[in-house]
Design a protein around this ligand. Sequence first.
Ligand code: FMN
Length: 337
Amino acid sequence: MENFKQLCYDNKVILAPMVRINTLPMRLLALDYGADIVYTEELIDHRLIKCSRHVNDTLQSIDFIDKSNATVVFRTCSREKLHVVLQIGTSDPERAAKAAQVVEQDVAGIDINMGCPKDFSLKGGMGAALLSCPDKACTILSAVVSAVSIPVTCKIRVLPDINDTIELCKKLATTGIAAIAVHGRTVKERPNHPNRNHFIKAISEALDIPVIAKLLLIRYTNVLCLSRYVLTNNNVCFSGGSKEIETFEDITKFKNITGCSSVMIARTAEKNCSIFKRDGKLELGTIIRDYLHHAVDYDNVAPNTKYCIQNMLRNIQETEQGRHFLESTSLQQIWFV
Ligand SMILES: Cc1cc2nc3c(=O)[nH]c(=O)nc-3n(C[C@H](O)[C@H](O)[C@H](O)COP(=O)(O)O)c2cc1C
């Protein structure tokens, strides 16, 4: 209950899950700049359940280490404990529940990925594959909700039909999840397709009293628990707006368009994490330096650090500021800041 009070999904600006980008340094950077909640990259249940928890006194971190090859699968620290949501890739209720239990004491929430369109996920029955198996999706969510005492959420993509999407959301909402994040593109749509903001608006309007009533009736008898799982439009997070979100003010605009009180940002944050700053974005050089401080402090693996910085650089090449930055600074210089 204590954790839930801390992790509320109402009116939040959120760093959306991004594979290889959202390791600890990026999550801390987003928090520095003003994000309220930060998602991890998707971590597959098979890997998490093989992990053991280690308190790393040198780095002041908590490490989840895969014993079979001594790899750090997930590193976190006390600073993010009340803000970090760990996203699990799964196709199995039992494994999902076990994976959630492995990290439960060190994170603020658990999210189940139901939107990944990649072959790897679809072939394994994970990610967007769950959108076409709603019963299985619900079984997974219910298993995780029962297994842990922190909030559980899921992140979906919209279905081609608006009413089917609303029905799916209502069904998922009966499992006791605390929020749904909706990416307004279908599985087949690519990032350059327009985001279906009107779908998200319809969902946020539909997920109101009936869903609350259903949840209250079906799942809980204890009054203290009731308010914990009420799912209204305040608990629908908007995702998919990066093409149209360039400034912090744009976030408010999208809240209004979609009727969601929370907004998740992926690609805009990937290229300029200071999008979360209320008082305006920072120069890329400052962002990279701030990022590197966290990467060094937490001994982030070099290939991952390099990948994130290369993405920031690649993504700004087309902007005036980016061209100027690249002309005046070499990657070599940045690397040794
Ligand atoms: C590099 C990258 C990695 C991503 N990885 C994940 C992931 O692990 N889990 C997930 O649910 N979505 C993932 N996504 C999707 C984003 O979370 C988000 O829903 C999508 O990019 C649309 O939001 P945007 O317009 O703000 O970019 C990823 C997106 C990008 C660009």
